[in-house]
Design a protein around this ligand. Structure first.
Ligand code: PBG
Length: 341
């Protein structure tokens, strides 16, 4: 009998056929994760011992040697880069954040140790923002109850230059001041760092999910003092969670100013934004699965409420599916190990 194209009923499309076997599911998977998609954020401090971060089970603040060891592990696992976040001694925090551009600060010393050990085999990303260095924990300078933009940008430029001098490959401004990407590009170029890339946190939201990170680096208590000064949150510079068009404008400006790569943050609550950014601009797009996203999965897993490893993998895979080329995640080593199995 000659088969008819539409024999009076639906063609027998059965979508379950391609779900039947693991090999087939893998063969048709549209999105795959690889260790090279991952960037591992690490906290460094000036103590000899590793100290756990209570609100981020499994994450520790490490001494420089511990960071170097972690970098070795990252390379073995095929993770592409690590991102360094210093826990700065409160005695070093000032209103003018001057320690941010001290070439002997912890971030710079860590970068030098890493480059000595890893050369260019592992990417080193450094945050550019003043929150580890200000007595009030804000990412910018505070004058008369306002976070001042242009004075802050000057300090950010000095900070970026010492980090580049120390040898970082990428500076990642996470401060959300206007115009900082263009100024950073000029400052870096003037200091012969035209090879240092800028990954701008272009669309960074004023999010409740940064809480554990602020515990980890000690800026939460500092921000507490800022409450007394009338600026308890970061909403005058980080974006309103309600907006996405504004995110696209931020990205467009940062690209125009010379950003090589852009970041959306937090990742899990901004999958729509990641998608819009990637499809609108086609630039290297990163997303940051932040501390609170990590902590939620960990807490639920520790309570036995979900399978932590599976939830972690899924949460990162969907960030890739949304359009991210690379993902900053505290799960990076766990996921890289799971992918290797
Ligand atoms: C600081 C900075 C923050 C994070 C990365 N860089 C915190 C903030 O903006 O308050 C958050 C990362 C995380 O929560 O994992 N500029």
């Amino acid at each position: 009998m000659t088969p008819q194209l539409f024999p009076g009923r639906f063609p027998d499309t059965r979508l379950r056929r391609v779900r039947r076997h693991l090999w087939l599911r893998r063969a048709v998977a549209e999105t795959t994760l690889a260790p090279a998609d991952l960037i591992w954020p690490l906290f460094v401090h000036d103590h000899e011992m590793a100290v756990p971060v209570a609100s981020m089970p499994g994450v520790e603040r490490l001494p420089i040697e511990g960071i170097v060891r972690a970098a070795g592990e990252a390379m073995r696992l095929g993770i592409s880069a690590i991102a360094i976040f210093p826990v700065v001694d409160p005695a070093r925090k000032t209103d003018d954040a001057a320690h941010a551009y001290d070439p002997e600060n912890l971030a710079c010393r860590t970068v030098r140790a890493l480059r000595k050990e890893c050369g260019d085999a592992l990417g080193i990303v450094c945050d550019v923002a003043l929150d580890p260095y200000t007595s009030h924990g804000h990412d910018g300078l505070l004058k008369d109850g306002q976070i001042v933009n242009d004075e802050t940008v000057d300090v950010l430029c000095r900070q970026a230059v010492v980090l580049a001098d120390a040898g970082c490959h990428v500076v990642a401004p996470s401060d959300m001041m206007d115009g900082r990407v263009g100024s950073l590009r000029l400052a870096l170029d003037e200091h012969d760092h035209d090879d240092v890339a800028i990954l701008s946190y272009a669309a960074k939201y004023a999010s409740a999910f940064y809480g554990p990170f602020r515990d980890a680096v000690g800026s939460a208590s500092a921000l507490g003092t800022a409450a007394g000064l009338g600026v308890a949150d970061k909403k005058t510079y980080q974006m309103d969670v309600a907006n996405t068009d504004e995110a696209l404008r931020e990205v467009a400006l940062d690209i125009a100013e010379g950003a090589d790569m852009v970041m959306v943050k937090p990742a899990g609550t901004s999958l729509d934004v990641i998608h819009r950014v990637k499809t609108s601009f086609g630039v290297p797009t990163f997303a940051y699965q932040v501390s609170g996203e990590y902590a939620m999965i960990k807490a639920a897993a520790e309570s036995g409420w979900l399978d932590g490893a599976k939830a972690a993998l899924e949460s990162v895979l969907v960030i890739k599916r949304a359009g991210a080329d690379g993902i900053f995640t505290y799960f990076a080593p766990d996921i890289a190990r799971a992918l290797a199995r």
